[in-house]
Design a protein around this ligand. Structure first.
Ligand code: OMP
Length: 213
């Protein structure tokens, strides 16, 4: 685990973004942990989050032309990442997002910001079963753009529809990489090292045994 990944997990726990307990997921699975990116809800927290995303994508070496934030949660994430790439990595790239409902006046349409064209980096929060990301792919395809990759905060490393992880399925089906700031494996490593948080380890491990890959 790299230093920025450890810092990110600590930061997510401090902000209450990463929590332990009992949570029902979109997929119906009942999870002993949940990652709520909406709780990076101050200016400094969002700035720091954007820096972590930027660091992860720079680290990956992925080439892309435009950042895309899917509504709603992806929008501030893509914006914060675009700011961090410009400020910290000297990469001033275009970014855009979609509306959930088309606007029939003014500029109209469902896309806002830079044109969605070329190689698109999708910025989102979490992939569990991969449903949300498949919907985003339809938007990108409808614009005749190409998806270059997906950048997320946490890879929950769960099974998708078959034996592969949801992320491996997305990579296989769309021929693009999924880059995450951290994965469940690193969260487990972090828990194991912490005298207090260690108490959550058995439940998270059991969940991983049931739904993980
Ligand atoms: P999938 O569509 O199953 O991949 O689930 C991804 C979505 O689930 C995310 O975009 C979130 O809205 C939500 N989610 C979280 O935000 N954090 C979690 O830890 C787990 C989920 C989830 O419901 O699976």
């Amino acid at each position: 685990m790299q230093a920025y990944q450890r810092d990110f997990i600590r930061f997510a726990i401090e902000r209450g973004v990463l929590r332990f307990g009992q949570f029902t997921l979109k997929s119906g699975r009942v999870s002993p942990y949940f990652f709520n990116a909406g709780l990076f809800n101050s200016g400094s927290a969002l700035a720091r989050l954007g820096q972590c995303y930027a660091e992860a994508v720079i680290d990956s070496g992925l080439d892309f032309d435009v950042l895309f934030g899917p509504a709603y949660k992806g929008i501030p994430l893509a914006a914060a990442t675009a700011v961090a790439l410009a400020d910290r990595h000297d990469r001033d790239l275009p970014w855009c997002f979609n509306r959930k409902e088309a606007k029939d006046h003014g500029e109209g349409g469902t896309l806002v910001g830079a044109p969605l064209q070329g190689r698109v980096l999708i910025v989102d929060d979490v992939i569990t079963a991969g449903t949300a990301i498949r919907e985003v792919m339809q938007i990108i395809r409808a614009q005749d753009a190409q998806a270059a990759g997906v950048l997320i905060a946490l890879d929950r490393q769960e099974r998708g529809q078959g034996e592969l992880s949801a992320i491996q399925e997305v990579e296989r089906d769309f021929g693009m990489p999924v880059i995450s700031i951290v994965s469940l494996e690193q969260v487990l490593e972090y828990l194991a090292e912490d005298a207090v948080l260690k108490e959550h380890l058995p439940a998270v491990q059991a969940y991983r045994d049931q739904y993980g890959i």
